[in-house]
Write a protein that binds this ligand. Structure first.
Ligand code: NAD
Ligand code: MG
Length: 403
């Protein structure tokens, strides 16, 4: 076996300009699109670590192409397969959360792309920040669960956080060069998902296939279901709160089915700035890596020669109760957003296993939030315990599943 990697020969000067990446969750939707950005900029970006949950075949193929120093395979049963393929190429093979944290804090890495899905991504983001890395954050659940822990690390001058989520990237781009105090409010745009116009009375019969068919974006299964329930936007409100230090009453949600306007900032003089583009995560991923520069890229452009209608409407909060559940959890603070997140992760997993109905997702999250009291100023250990408790609370409601 031999490596087919395409790392270009660089002079020492060029080498000094290269940004070295650990891509956590490289086999997922964001991870794979990050590798597309690396392919566009081989002289600027270099991959030092790649990680996968269980897709050993894709991880091996990625490692053969990009020659990282190490890879992490989450599923220990696949370790041998990965070792047999990659050890002869000089690639170190790690497993588990320890492996992820090691890949996140690698000496030879400058930037960590955090593209795991869910609570499983939290500890590696904390490890990256503690090691002083720049973190390009796709894993919004990290900020939902542990926003205070993450921002306190940043205040201690540990590491740097750049948004990858398209709405937050849009806001970040609108804020460039503006005095912080001049911001009046933020408006996150939402596509409204596949059920924006579907009558609420039929929500009980929504199938998994229908919920997985997002009109504008091709993404991992969990965030696609979150988009269908609009919990994705709820999680993004919490994410925006921590990223931009903005109270919830100054963060609005606006339904915009075309996904062209990626979000807006309202300034105190009444001016509104928005960032526009085609729905393509390649751009926000790239901006998190190129910031404060912009790198010329051959992406498809918006075509202004055709008639374009941009439609906006308020979200239907009765039809999509997850949105208000997220605002409530943010207002309650402490561990409440961690309960929201864990109950959602568990309920979405059950929906994807076709064990509960679509409408059960918000009901189960509401019950978990009502049952588990919020605890102020949680430590990481408190958050881990709270995550487990909320998952158990959801499972208890499903009679056929032993807890
Ligand atoms: P995905 O399911 O496609 O990929 C997730 C990645 O994490 C995979 O590589 C998977 O192997 C890995 N992973 C999952 N669980 C793991 C575990 N327990 N241990 C180790 N590895 C594990 O998800 P995605 O759509 O790429 O989303 C990733 C994150 O980015 C999510 O937080 C999502 O909300 C956010 N995000 C995604 C998009 C998008 O367009 N896909 C847009 C905005 C934000
Ligand atoms: Mg988003």
């Amino acid at each position: 076996m031999h490596s087919t990697h395409t790392r270009p020969a660089r002079s020492p000067d060029q080498e000094a300009d290269v940004q070295r990446l650990s891509i956590l969750g490289s086999t997922g939707s964001i991870g794979a699109q990050t590798l597309d950005v690396v392919r566009l900029f081989p002289n600027r970006l270099d991959v030092r670590a790649l990680t996968a949950g269980s897709n050993a075949e894709l991880l091996i193929a990625q490692a053969r192409e990009f020659s990282p120093a190490c890879v992490v395979i989450g599923d220990a049963r696949r370790r041998k397969q990965v070792e047999e393929a990659l050890c002869p190429l000089g690639v170190r093979v790690l497993t588990g959360q320890e492996g992820l944290c090691e890949a996140a804090a690698l000496d030879e890495t400058d930037t960590v792309v955090a593209a795991l899905v869910g609570f499983a991504g939290l500890e590696s983001v904390l490890a990256a920040l503690r090691a002083g890395k720049k973190v390009a954050l796709a894993n919004k659940e990290t900020l939902v669960v542990a926003g205070r822990l993450v921002t306190s690390l940043l205040q201690d001058d540990q590491g740097m956080l750049l948004p990858v989520d398209s709405e937050h990237s849009a806001i970040f781009q609108c804020l460039a060069g503006e005095p912080e105090r001049s911001v009046e409010s933020l408006a996150l745009t939402a596509s409204g998902g596949p059920f924006r116009t579907r009558p609420a009375e039929t929500f009980g019969t929504i199938s998994k296939a229908e919920a997985l068919a997002h009109p504008n974006w091709s993404m991992g299964a969990k965030i696609t279901i979150d988009s269908a329930t609009m919990m994705n936007k709820g999680l993004e409100v919490v994410e925006a709160h921590w990223l931009f230090d903005m109270p919830p009453e100054r963060i609005a949600v606006l339904t915009h089915p075309q996904s062209i306007v990626h979000s807006l900032v309202v300034f105190e003089d009444g001016s509104v700035k928005a960032q526009l583009g085609l729905p393509d995560m390649g751009l926000p991923i790239q901006y998190a890596l190129s910031y404060p520069e912009r790198w010329a890229a051959p992406r498809e452009r918006l075509d202004w020669s055709d008639v374009m209608h941009l439609h906006f409407e308020p979200p239907d909060r009765a039809k999509f109760p997850c949105l208000d559940l997220a605002y409530e959890a943010l207002a309650a603070g402490g561990t409440a957003p961690a309960v929201l997140n864990a109950a959602n992760e568990q309920a979405v997993a059950l929906f994807l296993e076709e064990k509960i109905r679509f409408t059960d997702i918000s009901d189960l999250i509401g019950e978990a939030l009502g049952r588990i009291p919020a605890q102020a100023d949680p430590s990481l250990e408190d958050l881990v315990a709270c995550d487990a408790e909320a998952r158990r609370a959801v499972l208890k409601h499903i009679p056929s599943i032993p807890v």
